[in-house]
Design a protein around this ligand. Structure first.
Ligand SMILES: NC(=O)c1ccc[n+]([C@@H]2O[C@H](COP(=O)([O-])OP(=O)(O)OC[C@H]3O[C@@H](n4cnc5c(N)ncnc54)[C@H](OP(=O)(O)O)[C@@H]3O)[C@@H](O)[C@H]2O)c1
Length: 232
């Protein structure tokens, strides 16, 4: 069945892969990012705006949505000593408050949808402590709390799930993958000896948005090459 999804952060990385996969599957996508995705495919409509600044009520969002994905996030890695209040606030705003704004603005459209699903993004660094991740892990920890709280509050009408990826080859992670040595070292850290590709994460997100996941809510799925749970 054709569904209508709002994908916030559709212009790059995992959100772009999710947009392509949803369109390939015949769904309609409204993509919302500061930049255009540059793709023109049937079923895609775009809005260009900064989701942290815009009044979402002015964007003429659909009255009915079958799913919402919120993809913006940060990889702000610094030692705990170097982190300033502005880092914590900036990461929390882009990650958690941005999600809250979008979900408050779309809750009634989701309620009007068919088997509606929300997909949020955490990180493997919430489940497994990693150095230099204090600010990011705190902000993403809020996403995991929100996922379970909203899944409870919105059941049975709307499902809410999250994906916690490990290192995935996207523009956000570019700096961490800037040489073949860094890529190989990152592969070697993962039990499955791979880093993620955007499509690996997007396919899990598309499943969770869809009505095949009608019995799945309140989950945080590691799509992480085994990083959070396996020692190989
Ligand atoms: N890549 C990884 O290794 C990794 C690992 C763990 C978790 N994650 C999480 O996975 C999610 C997706 O990551 P990604 O790597 O695909 O990130 P990405 O390549 O940076 O893509 C983020 C998307 O969000 C949009 N965006 C960012 N700020 C925005 C704003 N203020 N208003 C509107 N749109 C905004 C960006 O588009 P514009 O710039 O055009 O606005 C882009 O389309 C994030 O939540 C990230 O934290 C990623």
């Amino acid at each position: 069945m054709k569904r209508t999804y709002l994908i916030v952060g559709h212009s790059s990385g995992i959100g772009l892969a999710l947009t392509r996969q949803a369109l390939d599957a015949g769904h309609a996508v409204l993509g919302l990012s500061r930049r255009s995705s540059g793709i023109t495919l049937p079923g895609l409509a775009e809005r260009q705006a900064d989701v942290l600044e815009v009044d979402l009520a002015t964007l003429d969002l659909p009255q009915t949505l079958d799913g919402v994905a919120y993809c913006p996030g940060t990889i702000n890695l610094k030692s705990f000593r170097a982190l300033k209040e502005a880092d914590f606030l900036g990461d929390f705003r882009a990650t958690a408050l941005g999600t809250v704004g979008v979900l408050q603005a779309t809750a009634s459209a989701l309620k009007a949808g068919q088997q509606p699903g929300v997909v949020l993004f955490s990180t493997v660094a919430v489940q497994q402590g990693m150095p230099f991740h204090a600010s990011v892990a705190m902000a993403k920890g809020a996403i995991e709390g929100l996922t379970r709280s909203l899944a409870a509050e919105w059941a049975p009408a709307i499902r809410v799930n999250a994906i916690a990826p490990s290192l995935t080859r996207t523009p956000l992670a570019e700096r961490l993958l800037s040489s073949e040595e860094r890529v190989q070292a990152s592969r070697d850290r993962h039990p499955l000896r791979q880093i993620g590709e955007p499509d690996d994460v997007a396919s899990a997100a598309l499943y969770l948005l869809g009505d095949q996941a009608r019995w799945v809510t309140g989950q945080v799925w590691g799509v992480d090459g085994g990083m959070s749970s396996v020692r190989a």
